[in-house]
Structure formats: C-alpha cells, structure tokens
Design a protein around this ligand. Structure first.
Ligand code: A2P
Length: 342
C-alpha cells in the first residue's frame, strides 16, 4: 500500500465553469486539499477561458478532447448525460470519480455517500465511482441520521423550499432577470423555469413520474433509504422551488420507533458532526437560508418541537447551502476520504 499521507493528487473538475464546479474549486483551495495539479474542464464553449484556483489563473479545457490519463480524482458536476458518457472513461483511466449528478446514484455497485453519515461506504466502489447525493437529501441526512441512530425513524414527511441555484447558473440568472423585470413593470418572460419564479414559488422540480411525484421528490425517497441502508423508512416528499438565490430549507416531520423529545433531539443534534442547532423560541431564533446558510458549511436545525398530532412525532426546520454542503463541499469531503486512503 502506498502512503497517501504526503501524496499530491491530480484533480479534474468537470463542469468547472458552473455554479457547483466553481465552488468545488474554491473549497478544494479553502480546505487545502493536497492538489498536485488541477484540470478545469467544461464544454467547447468555455474551453480557453480562465478560472482562478488558489490565486492562480488556469485555462479551462474541453472535456470532449481531454485525455483523462493521469487524473487521480475527478469531480463531476456537468449534468447526468455528461457523467454517463465521461465518468466511466475517467474511471477506466484510473481516476476515482465523485459524481454530483443522478446518473449512478441508484446503481447497487455505486456507493452514495454523505461524509458525516456513511463514509465507510465510499471504500467499496467497484466501478471507481462514488455518487454525491442530491442537495435536498444531503442536508436531510446530515440532520436526521443521528436521530435515526438514537430513536429509529419510521417515517419522514418533508416539504422542501429549494433555492434557484440548485438549477445552476442559468437559474440564478433567471431569478435576477425576472426580479429586475417585474420591478420595472416588464413581463417576467419565463425561460429557465416553467412559470415565473420571481415573487412566486413552483411546486415542481425535475420531471414528473408516473406515480404523480416529481423525480426531485423521489430522490428523497430512494436516496434516504440507500444512505441509511434501511428500505423500511417511509418518506413522503413535496419539493418546491422558491425565489431564494442560495440555500435550501426543509419543513420536516419524523415519526420514530421510540419517543424522541425536542430536548433529546436538541442534545443529539448539538453534538452531531456538520450540524448547528439554532433553536430559540423567539423572533430570529431560527435559521434561514440568507442569514445562516448561504456561503457557509453547516446544516442548521431549528424549530424543533413536538408533533401535536402524533405521540412519536417530531418537527424540525433544516437549512443548508445547497451549493456547498448540498453539492461541492460533500464532494470535496469525499475526495478527502479517498485521499486518506478510504
Ligand atoms: P460550459 O460553461 O462550457 O457550458 P451549471 O449547472 O451552473 O449550469 O453548470 C454546468 C456546467 O457543466 C458548466 O461548467 C458547463 O460548462 C458544463 N457543461 C455543460 N455541457 C457540457 C458539455 N457538453 N461538456 C462539458 N461540460 C459541459
């Protein structure tokens, strides 16, 4: 076995010009990941442009013509189609792929890993691919896994309030453009979302499926069961896009096997990795995407209270930066596990 301690890794970021990709680059630098070489990749459109990594300018290269030989770790965030086509090529060339798309998340031979919850699963990656969970599942798992270990979650009811950054750069631009248009008495002209998103909200993210749920909602069902290794957990999701730039929020109700009081939940979450409890029963005593989550790493939990309608029910409000913990930060944390020999 090679000693990984002093090694430096050649890291490729696929989708380096995107909302998640650029945050992956800044988090790699911020956390002083042992980078030997960095390769930003995107489409032909942005090939030749420059991005900044750790204070240095680096030229973006075209994924389609790039030879992955020599890449140790590849962070993919350019959409499912790109991952399906290129991730196996990078893995075949010897890279460990950490994929932020939904292309491989539900494959039995691809681990789906939240670094604080099931890091050991990352070691078993027969295809050389580790999947990064969807943003809304990610923050839910960081907060709920410790409660599941303590009291056994049987059922999760969750309504999400998801910021537009989850839809990438074009979605961020659409909210900005529509907001300005409406304030100037102009037509919002929806392009990226099916309806006006500024000053509105849309109960539809990703495609509709035959069961009436959207794919974004079913990701919460499928991914929760896989990450917690428990197919008996019932999940009832509603996913909503809201006119917030950064930070997803979730109104969550859980039913546990044994009664979990708000006090016990607060104590467990107070010690949980990656969680910050913000739960004072007064104005501003709770986390919001703008005041707490945006631009920061933790998953914030507040509004912890009993469920008046169920003896073993508990309510929580869970907020996190969807681009950081929900995507780029967890991907880099997985890269750290790989670099540490995991
Ligand atoms: P590009 O800037 O060349 O379009 P976002 O989710 O913020 O929209 O970002 C998507 C990322 O995926 C961008 O970096 C984008 O690069 C990249 N991307 C999109 N299509 C391709 C493609 N065909 N090949 C490589 N990268 C792609």
């Amino acid at each position: 076995m090679s000693n990984q301690q002093n090694r430096a890794f050649t890291v490729a970021v696929v989708g380096a010009t995107g909302a998640v990709g650029e945050t992956m680059l800044s988090i790699l630098a911020e956390r002083k990941f042992p980078v030997g070489g960095i390769v930003p990749l995107a489409s032909e459109r942005s090939a030749g442009s420059e991005i900044e990594f750790d204070g240095k300018k680096i030229t973006v290269r075209d994924l389609a013509t790039f030879d992955p030989k020599g890449v140790d770790i590849a962070l993919f965030s350019a959409g499912g189609g790109i991952s399906k086509e290129y991730a196996p090529k990078f893995a075949a060339a010897g890279a460990v792929v950490i994929d932020n798309s939904s292309a491989f998340r539900y494959d039995d031979d691809v681990p789906l890993v939240v670094s604080e919850v099931n890091p050991e699963a990352a070691k078993n990656r027969p295809r050389g691919i580790i999947a990064n969970p969807n943003c809304s599942t990610m923050q839910l798992m960081v907060a709920l896994a410790p409660l599941h270990r303590a009291a056994g979650i049987e059922r999760i009811n969750v309504a999400t309030y998801q910021s537009v950054s989850g839809g990438g750069r074009s979605a961020l631009e659409e909210l900005g453009r529509q907001t300005a248009a409406i304030l100037n008495f102009q037509d919002p002209d929806p392009r990226r979302f099916p309806m006006q998103i500024a000053f509105n909200l849309i109960p539809h993210i990703d495609d509709f499926l035959d069961n009436g749920f959207t794919k974004e909602e079913m990701k919460l069902v499928w991914e929760t069961r896989k990450i917690l290794s428990d197919d008996s957990i019932q999940v009832n999701p509603t996913a909503v896009r809201v006119p917030v730039f950064y930070g997803h929020s979730e109104a969550v109700n859980i039913e546990t096997k044994t009664k979990l009081t708000p006090e016990a939940a607060r104590e467990i979450l107070g010690k949980a990795a990656g969680v910050v409890v913000v739960d004072e029963r007064k104005a501003a005593g709770y986390p919001t995407p703008v005041t707490h989550a945006s631009g920061t790493d933790p998953v914030y939990v507040g509004r912890i209270r009993d469920d008046l309608s169920h003896p073993r029910g508990l309510n929580l409000w869970i907020v996190a930066d969807n681009i950081r913990k929900g995507a780029a930060l967890n991907a880099v944390q997985l890269a750290e596990l790989v670099a540490a020999g995991g």
